[in-house]
Design a protein around this ligand. Structure first.
Ligand code: NAG
Ligand code: CU
Length: 122
């Protein structure tokens, strides 16, 4: 008893639909908008609806800033933890993981001047 040609096509279409809807959800954001990754970016995520798999692009002058991936306490206390992943190319692309994502600039004082973002990605 085999599948009819019609059902095979239906299954194929369903697969394509599932793959495509996952791709459609992945968006790319330039952190900080036109100004890029700089001071007072802390409010930038507000009002945006991120999803796990979305990509953030951090644009800044390399050497002047960086991007450190930290946890909640690192974010709150502006501390880059030992073992944190630190990006410094000036054009860093980071994919959001499910849950909370915290990023700070680890140059002295920058995080305190709002160079930090916290993003929830369901
Ligand atoms: C964050 O990371 C530090 C260093 O690894 C750890 O001591 C601390 O418990 C972590 N905090 C949270 C809220 O996960
Ligand atoms: Cu900085």
């Amino acid at each position: 008893m085999g599948m009819g040609r019609g059902s095979a096509i239906m299954v194929l279409l369903l697969c394509l639909f599932v793959i495509e809807s996952e791709m459609v959800h992945a968006a790319t954001y330039r952190v900080g908008g036109a100004g890029g990754w700089t001071f007072n970016t802390v409010g930038w995520p507000k009002g945006k609806h991120f999803r796990a798999g979305d990509r953030l692009v951090f644009k800044y002058s390399p050497g002047a800033h960086n991007v450190a991936v930290v946890n909640k306490s690192g974010y709150a206390g502006c501390k880059t933890q030992r073992g944190s992943k630190v990006y410094h190319s000036g054009k860093d692309q980071i994919t959001l993981v499910r849950g909370m994502n915290y990023f700070i600039c680890s140059f002295v004082g920058h995080c305190q001047f709002g160079m930090k973002i916290a993003i929830y990605a369901p």
